[in-house]
Write a protein that binds this ligand. Structure first.
Ligand code: AMP
Length: 116
């Protein structure tokens, strides 16, 4: 299912443009429009799920596939060896701004800890 007013549903359905770097039957990955690191890619399921809070057991393989796609992209982008970060911002306090679940792949620079 998709939501008509959801920007990531529209990208996953190729209804609006994005810089797509990978696609499968269930996922799409594209460059973040406002990158926070030299490599900043979003891995997004085509199914509309608002956030981690809305995942259940039926999404187990989908979530696994998100991590595996991110891992392959990290290697493709050359950030696998030096290190990268996978982030799922969930809810307002964590800074989630798009309520269609997405995994950030961030790499290409030193990351601080704890995150802001
Ligand atoms: P979050 O704050 O975790 O919800 O992340 C949402 C991310 O989506 C932000 O990093 C935005 O820069 C990014 N974003 C929003 N609209 C687009 C778009 N049309 N294409 C690519 N990235 C986008």
């Amino acid at each position: 299912m998709h939501q008509d007013d959801c920007i990531f549903c529209k990208i996953s359905r190729h209804e609006i443009p994005a810089s797509i770097v990978a696609e499968s039957a269930t996922l799409v990955a594209f460059h973040d429009v406002n990158p926070m690191a030299p490599t900043h890619i979003l891995v997004v399921p085509k199914e509309h799920v608002a956030s981690v809070n809305d995942l259940d057991g039926t999404h187990a393989s989908l979530v696994g596939d998100m991590v595996l796609m991110a891992k392959d992209l990290a290697k493709e982008q050359g950030v696998d060896v030096d290190g990268f970060r996978l982030v799922l911002n969930t809810g307002p306090q964590a800074g989630q701004s798009v309520f269609h679940i997405h995994m950030h792949l961030l790499g290409g620079r030193v990351m601080g800890w704890p995150p802001g």
